[in-house]
Ligand binder design. Sequence first.
Ligand SMILES: Cc1ncc(COP(=O)(O)O)c(C=O)c1O
Length: 433
Amino acid sequence: MSENVVTPHMTLTEYRPDPEFAREMDACDPLASYRGRFHVPKKADGSEVLYFTGNSLGLMPKTAREYVDQELEDWRSLAVEGHMNARNPWLPYHEFLTEPMAKIIGAKPIETVVMNSLTVNLHLLLVSFFRPVGERSRIVIEKGAFPSDQYAVVSQLKCHGLDPSKNLIELKPRDGESTLRTEDIVETIESNGDSITLVLLGGVNYYTGQAFDMKTIAEAGHHIGAKVGFDLAHAAGNLELKMHDWDVDFAVWCSYKYLNGGPGAVAGAFVHERFARDFDLCRLAGWWGHDKESRFMMGPEFRPIPGAEGWQISNPPILQMAALRASLEIFDEVGMSALREKSEKLTGYLEFLIESIGDNRISIVTPRDIVQRGCQLSIRVKGGDRSLHERIVSHGVAADWREPDVIRVAPAPLYNSFTEVFRFIEILRECLK
Ligand SMILES: Cc1ncc(COP(=O)(O)O)c(C=O)c1O
């Protein structure tokens, strides 16, 4: 392995625009073999699609079928006995996912649970952490937050009898800018300090690809006495996260994007350890969150499990969890720091090649600063419309289009290569002609 090709933080000047460079980078990529652990969709001619939509739906791990099949087999042969006697008993099945998931988001196992889907988890945790009292009733979110988050907070405000037009503070980029500045986020929190009860942001904005400084935002929120939560849909499996150390109160994320858990995969929830035994917190209860020892005594009184598991409601979908388990095993093997190391280089290379096209119709919306982004780059096409995206797709590229003028491209370090990024740029250049 030639170590000098791959340095921890490559700068734009270290990349080269020739195809040999991509091949050299792939040849010394320590994660290159992981691509072989995934099914890559094929074009009609049998060649592989250039798949850059892991930010939407991650690829299927080859072991997923085997893991799901095992549960189907055990269901077939054991039926109800599978709860106790399946090779991986179903009763504690979600626990098999806790540790690998906790590592991915930088949390302790007691702070992590895999359950439900993202927006459902968001609602469950808003019930606990959005507790407006008198004048302290406002929520800070990003303007242009993912619509589901917007709908969730607006509906929660209404459930508390509050007017969203007065109680929602939306963070906007400065005029002429596309992304938010941390100092502006902090300033908004500080200047509205007495009225804010919750700050809820994405870890990475789905549209711009901007990664937020979650530690600083959590500090600013706590400084004024608010709770701070993050939607990690675009951050989990993408960035190195430290939910516990950054002192975040709660977080939620899905598993079908970078975590490759499959369509509609079971989501995650994080609740900081300091709330693990706060049984007075308002919460929606269900039997799966009840103390494990006495759950099947079927008593009338709810006694929550300490920690994030106490927010569970229903018994979980084993087949979905089996598929997710296949992927989390791969994450556990690789580790987020090795993934992130490759990701910075791969996305930096994409950025370098986009610039090398030298077409002033295209610009990168995502921050240039690598700490402010994950693997996704959002490319704005001045005067562009869907037809450009359609041309790119017709060349066998999976990338997505977001109205009015943005193509999102997310090279996932687990399975994308430098050569694929190079080929994508050749196609983009061709389609821009
Ligand atoms: C940032 C973000 N939040 C929320 C959601 C909604 O997720 P779900 O349908 O799993 O609730 C998505 C889905 O893509 C998302 O990207």
